[in-house]
Design a binder for this molecule. Structure first.
Ligand code: ATP
Length: 761
C-alpha cells in the first residue's frame, strides 16, 4: 500500500522541511561556485588574446563557446534546480542510498555526487517506480520550491510488505502533478521534468535505434514526452547525436513557437525545429491547398512517378535536330545525334543536372564539327576543346542545349509542370496514371505561392535533378546571417557572463575573433541549411498529418531510421494524412517499428472528455478515448444563438468565459468560412496563426491552426460547419473540443450535431 505523507504531524514535517532546505541551499551554493568557475574559464579563454596560429585561435574559440554554453545551461536551471529525492532500500539493516534528482547533475569539490541529472540512469527509478512496482525504492519525495526556498514536500512511501491494491493510473507524485495541471496556461509549453509519468518515462527513455511510434489520444503528453525524449537522447547519446543533430518536425509555425522554449529549458540547443513547409532550404511554405482533392493528389506516392516522368519529359531529342545561328553561320546537330546525346545522358542514371555536362559536351562537339566542316578547317583535340568553350559562351548555343537537356531547379520544374495541361497530361500518362480530374487538381498559376504539400514534391524533384548551386547560395546566405548572429551571440555571451560593459571585450570584437577563426556554426545551423543533411534522430509530432509523399521526404533526412513518430490517427485532419501507422511506415521499416501507447489525458477534464469520447465513437470507433486525470471546474455547455445573431452575441459570451477563466487564455475555434464574422465580433482578438496568437488572451483559430495547442477556455463556434468543412470534419471536431484545459462552450445556430447530444442535457 502506498502512503502519502503530505499530512505529516507538524513538528516532523517542519523538521523534514528544514532538512531539505539545508540540502537545497547546499546545492544552490554549489551551483554558484560552478557558475563562477565557468565564468572564470570563459574570461581566461577570451583573455588569451587574438594572436597565435589559426588552429590555436579556433581551439580558444571552441573552448570559449563550450564555456558559454555551459554557463547558459547553468543559468537555465536556477528555477527548480532540485525537485525530487529517492531513498533506496537498505541492505542487511544498513540505510539505503539517497539521491536528489534535478535539472542538471552537480558534484561537490571532491567529485562526490550531490545532484543527479534527471536524464541519468540513476534517476530512472524516480520516474519508473509505481506503488505496484517500486523497484529499489522505499520512498519517493517531490520537493516544491520557489526561488531557492523549499515550500513543501510530498512523499510516496512504498510499503513493500503489503502491496494489495493496484493504482490503475500509476500516477507519479499525484499531488505535484495535479498542482501543475491546475495552473493557468501561459501560451507556451513548459517542461515537466518534475512530474514525468511512468508511461511517458518509457517513451522518453526508449532506445535510440529504430522507429518508435507514440500513439495517444489528445492531451496524453505525446508532445511533451517527445521533447523530453530529445533532451534525453542528446544527453545519453551525445557523441552519436552531437555531430548529426536532432530534427523535430511540427505541424505549423505557431506550434513550434508554442513548444520552442521547452528544449532550451532542458538545456538542449542542438535541435532543429521545423515545419514540413520549412524542410526544403530556401522555401518557407505555409499556404494550404485550394481543395481537398489537390491535397490528396499531391500527397499520393504516384506524384513521385509523375515528377520522374516530368524530368524525363524535359530530356528531349527533337527529330529535326537543333539549329543555332552564330556569327552569321547556321550550325546544326542532326536528330540522330541529339537522340544519341540524350540517351547517353539517361544511360548513366545520374541525376538530371549532373548528367547535363555529358549531354552538353556531346552537343558542343557536334556543333564544333559542323562549324569546322563549314569552314573547311581541320580539327584536332585541342581545336575541339577550344571550339567547345568558345561555343559555350554563346547564348544561342546554350539555348539550343537547353532545348535538349535544360538545367532545371526543382522550383522551375514544378512551376512549369503545374502551369501546363500538356506537360501534366504527358507526365501523368505513364506509370503515375493520374486521371484527368486529378491532373486538373494540380493545374495552377505559375506565380502562385508554394504550399506545404509542394515541399515534399520539391524535395522529390531535387533528388532526381541533383544538386544545383543552391548549396553554394545557401552558404552565402548563411554566412551573412552568421555575421549578424555572431554579434548578437557575442553580446549574449557577454551578458550571460556579466562581462558586458566591464571593458574586457566588446561584442563586435568578440564576433570578429570568431569570424577570423572561420564560422563556428552549430550542428543545428549547418543541418538547417543543407537539404541532404542526415540527422542522427528525427522526431515528427502530429505525425498523422504527414502524407505519403511527406514521409518520403522525412525518411531522406534520416537514413539510419532512428525516429520518434508522435501522433494520433483519430485526429488526422489532412486529406492525405494517415489512417494507420502501418500504412505510412511499412514501406520503409516493414514490421520493424515499435509502438508505445499513452492512455491518460493530462489536459482535458473528465466532463469535457466525455463529450469528446462521443465524437470519437462516431468518427473513429476503433480508437479508445484516453482517460482524464482530473475533474473539471465547470460542466461543458452548448449555447444556441439565433440565426444571424452570432456576431452580436459572441462578444458577451467570450467576455464571460474569459472572466471565468481568470488569468487564463481563450480560443475561439471555428470553420474557415466563419472567421471574417468572428473577427468583426472580436476586434481585439488575435486571428489565425500570427506571431501574436500565443500572447493574446483571445485567439481565433481554425482546427488546423489549433492542432497541438491548448487553452484554459475554448469556444467552438458552428460545430456543424467544422464537420462539414472537410471529409475529416469529424476528426477536426474531436481536435477542437479537446483543446480545453478547463472550460468548453459550443455555440451553435441550427440543431446540435448528433455526436454532441450530451451537451443538450
Ligand atoms: N507528466 C506531466 N506533468 C505535467 N504536465 C503534463 C504531463 N504530461 C502532460 N502534461 C501536460 O498536459 C498537456 C498536454 O500535453 P501534450 O500537449 O504533450 O499532449 P499531446 O498528447 O501532444 O496532445 P494533442 O494530441 O492533443 O496535441 C500539456 O499542458 C502538458 O504540459
Amino acid at each position: 500500500m502506498e502512503l502519502r505523507q503530505t499530512e505529516q504531524p507538524g513538528s516532523a514535517r517542519s523538521a523534514a522541511l528544514a532538512a531539505e532546505q539545508g540540502y537545497v541551499s547546499t546545492l544552490y551554493a554549489r551551483l554558484d561556485v560552478v557558475r563562477a568557475e565557468a565564468e572564470q574559464a570563459l574570461r581566461e579563454a577570451h583573455g588569451r588574446g587574438g594572436t597565435g596560429t589559426r588552429q590555436a585561435r579556433i581551439e580558444r574559440e571552441v573552448t570559449a563557446d563550450e564555456q558559454a554554453r555551459r554557463l547558459a545551461r547553468l543559468s537555465g536551471v536556477e528555477r527548480g534546480l532540485c525537485f525530487g529525492r529517492i531513498d533506496h532500500r537498505g541492505i542487511d539493516g544498513a540505510a539505503g542510498e539517497t539521491l536528489y534528482i534535478g535539472r542538471i547533475g552537480l558534484r561537490d569539490a571532491d567529485y562526490e555526487p550531490l545532484l543527479v541529472d534527471w536524464r541519468a540512469p540513476a534517476a530512472g527509478p524516480f520516474y519508473a517506480a509505481t506503488p505496484n512496482t517500486p523497484g529499489p525504492l522505499v520512498r519517493r519525495r517531490h520537493l516544491h520550491t520557489r526561488d531557492r526556498r523549499v515550500l513543501d514536500i510530498d512523499d510516496e512511501v512504498f510499503d513493500l510488505d503489503g502491496l494489495t491494491e493496484s493504482d490503475r493510473r500509476t500516477l507519479v507524485g499525484e499531488a505535484a502533478l495535479l498542482a501543475t495541471l491546475r495552473r493557468g496556461r501561459t501560451g507556451r509549453m513548459s517542461d515537466v521534468v518534475a512530474t514525468i509519468q511512468t508511461e511517458q518515462d518509457r517513451v522518453i527513455r526508449s532506445g535510440l535505434a529504430g522507429v518508435l511510434v507514440v500513439q495517444g489520444g489528445p492531451g496524453t503528453g505525446k508532445t511533451v514526452a517527445a521533447l523530453h525524449r530529445a533532451a534525453y537522447l542528446l544527453y545519453t547519446h551525445r557523441r552519436a547525436l552531437e555531430r548529426r543533430g536532432v530534427l523535430v518536425v511540427g505541424p505549423n509555425p505557431t506550434f513550434l513557437r508554442y513548444i520552442g522554449q521547452v528544449l532550451p529549458s532542458l538545456g538542449e540547443t542542438d535541435v532543429v525545429l521545423s515545419t514540413l513547409g520549412g524542410l526544403f532550404p530556401g522555401v518557407s511554405a505555409t499556404a494550404a491547398e485550394p481543395s481537398h482533392q489537390t491535397a490528396r493528389v499531391k500527397g499520393d506516392t504516384r506524384m513521385a512517378e509523375l515528377i520522374r516522368a516530368a524530368v524525363r519529359g524535359r530530356q528531349r531529342a527533337p527529330r529535326r535536330g537543333v539549329r543555332v545561328e552564330t556569327d552569321g553561320m547556321v550550325l546544326r546537330v542532326g536528330g540522330a545525334a541529339c537522340l544519341k546525346a540524350r540517351d547517353r545522358g539517361r544511360s548513366g542514371r545520374r541525376p538530371h543536372n549532373l548528367a547535363r555536362r555529358a549531354v552538353a559536351r556531346d552537343l558542343l562537339n557536334a556543333l564544333a564539327r559542323d562549324q569546322a566542316r563549314q569552314l573547311s578547317r581541320p580539327l584536332d583535340d585541342e581545336d575541339l576543346a577550344y571550339a567547345r568553350s568558345a561555343l559555350w559562351e554563346e547564348d544561342a548555343v546554350r539555348a539550343a542545349i537547353d532545348e535538349v537537356w535544360p538545367f532545371l531547379t526543382p522550383q522551375r520544374l514544378l512551376r512549369e509542370l503545374f502551369a501546363s495541361p500538356d506537360a501534366l497530361r504527358s507526365a501523368a500518362s505513364g506509370k503515375a496514371g493520374l486521371s484527368e480530374a486529378e491532373q486538373r487538381a494540380l493545374l495552377r498559376d505559375p506565380a502562385a505561392e508554394w504550399t506545404v504539400a509542394d515541399v515534399p514534391l520539391l524535395d522529390e524533384a531535387a533528388e532526381l535533378l541533383g544538386e544545383d548551386d543552391s548549396a553554394a547560395r545557401a552558404m552565402e546566405r548563411a554566412a551573412e546571417r552568421e555575421r549578424r548572429a555572431e554579434e548578437r551571440y557575442a553580446q549574449g555571451v557577454l551578458e550571460i557572463t556579466g562581462l558586458s560593459g566591464q571593458g574586457f571585450v566588446d561584442a563586435r570584437t568578440l564576433a570578429e575573433r570568431n569570424r577570423d577563426a572561420g564560422p563556428l556554426l552549430t550542428t543545428a545551423e549547418r543541418a538547417g541549411e543543407d537539404r541532404a543533411w542526415a540527422y542522427g534522430h528525427v522526431i515528427v509530432d502530429e505525425a498523422q498529418e504527414l502524407s505519403a509523399m511527406a514521409w518520403r521526404m522525412v525518411m531522406r533526412r534520416v537514413p539510419t531510421r532512428s525516429m520518434t513518430v508522435v501522433g494520433d490517427v483519430a485526429q488526422t485532419g489532412d486529406p492525405a494524412g494517415a489512417r494507420s501507422w502501418g500504412q505510412m511506415l511499412d514501406p520503409y521499416v516493414k514490421g520493424r517499428w515499435r509502438e508505445e501507447r499513452l492512455l491518460v489525458n493530462y489536459r482535458t477534464p473528465a466532463e469535457i472528455m466525455e463529450v469528446a469520447a462521443d465524437v470519437l465513437a462516431e468518427v473513429a470507433p476503433e480508437q479508445e478515448p484516453p482517460e482524464s486525470v482530473r475533474d473539471g471546474e465547470a460542466p461543458p455547455r452548448a449555447v444556441r444563438v439565433g440565426e444571424g445573431r452570432l456576431e452580436a452575441e459572441l462578444p458577451a459570451l467570450v467576455a464571460g468565459e474569459l472572466a471565468a477563466a481568470g488569468e487564463g487564455r481563450l480560443a475561439v475555434i471555428a470553420p474557415t468560412v466563419r472567421l471574417a464574422e468572428i473577427r468583426r465580433a472580436l476586434p481585439d482578438a488575435a486571428v489565425g496563426a500570427g506571431p501574436g496568437t500565443l500572447e493574446s488572451p483571445v485567439a481565433v483559430l481554425t482546427t488546423t491552426q489549433a492542432k497541438g495547442l491548448e487553452f484554459d477556455a475554448v469556444v467552438v463556434v458552428a460545430p456543424s460547419g467544422v464537420i462539414a468543412q472537410s471529409p475529416q470534419g469529424g476528426h477536426d471536431l474531436y481536435v477542437a473540443v479537446t483543446r480545453a484545459t478547463r472550460r468548453l462552450t459550443v455555440v451553435h445556430e441550427g440543431p446540435l450535431p448528433r455526436m454532441l447530444e450530451r451537451l443538450r442535457a
